[in-house]
Design a protein around this ligand. Sequence first.
Ligand code: MG
Length: 477
Amino acid sequence: MSATNAITEKQLDTRSIHTTNTVRDSQRSGRRSLTRRDCLRTGLLGAGAAGLAWLAGGRPTTLAQAAQGRNLPALKITDIKTILTAPAGIRLVVVKVTTSEPGLYGLGCATFTQRARVVETAVEKYLKPFLLGKDPTRIEDIFQSGFVSSYWRNGPVLNNALSGVDMALWDILGKRACLPLYELFGGKCRQAVDVYRHASGNTFAEVEDRARKFMEQGYRHIRVQAAVPGLATYGARAGDPPPKNDDTRTWEPKPYCRMLPKLFEHLRTKLGDDVELLHDIHERVPPILGMQLAKDLEPFRLFFLEDPFSPEDIGYFRHLRQQTTTPIAMGELFNSPHEWLSLVTERLIDFIRVHISQMGGLSKARKMAALCEFFNVRTAWHGPGDVSPVGHAANVHLDLAIPNFGIQEAREFTAGEREVFPGCPELKDGYYFANDKAGLGVDLDEKAAAKFPIQDDPPFDYNWGNVRRKDGTIVTP
Ligand code: MG
């Protein structure tokens, strides 16, 4: 026997002892032992009897056992596909990764709603042939190799495609281990996830009224946006149909900058000091006006002011930090670590606010959260309607497990979304609650999804790219 083989056998023997002890320790401590019965009760084995193959013998299954494959067969990726659906009228892209274990699959959010078909192509024509036959439990290696498989990288299409796969692999690992993802991530740091909702209106009174309704429902954090008469104000025109591709909407920054401090003065007077108020500038004003606004809003003690600058103007954050103590959130358009690293390490923002599928998925978001922890930057993952319920579940599992959670943007899921995605996170008393099913805990009913096909004409909401100044100059979204 060669020396190499001897070492390998010794290592295997050590792992065997460790595994046995792990099972015994778990049983002795009374910790939740995830038996076949538990998994059946929680609905984990969606495929019924077909899924029992990966719980051989009905003995307690631990992550260590799964990792070694001692009682479980080796896993392979057998299929990867995208499911495009719009149960709330918003194009969603979900990736489904199927494995060689009967009934064991994972779901991931790859929603880039403005370019849904391009992400579909990136997954099915490029990632699928690269990954078929590989071991889905090698999540980090698949992320790293998938990331460089295109050579050109760090863009929103490929990041979303990779995120869909990455999230699905974490879902598979959780299901195989019979653990919700928040447990795989280290366990709960909190019982539920504090969230904020959007109160928008054409007048200050409308915004106040909507904010009061949320407060009555138990919400403690509310994002407020008001329209500027005659202008296409971000966040204040819910329900308008999109324009034709050559119809423009008009926007001027200065009337908005004059209006906003008055809105906050009104709301603080009417709603009091306890409620936490947030606002999104949405990179709509020149940087110097964004800085002025942050100073003007300081007396109203915002929870955070979001996106005062566009990603192209991040150099302004150093100047902003010296001017005001208004807390700053930034990041939903970020793709690459090069865009956000200096903002965190130089302590120039208070909340990192990325769209997790946009920046590459759960694997990358976990590292981002860990780095932010050491600089006391808190998280505020992007969570509007163009994040699928699968993506919202990923946000919530991470929110539960990281120490530096800040706040979560939340959504009341529609009846259609609940039908297509059984197991959506639940909203109660201003908190998101995850269920305790294994993995992400949310499923996708493909027959129900087919009842809500995405629209290809128009292929996306033409409001994007059609906002201009009065003189015709294009404005960032
Ligand atoms: Mg935003």
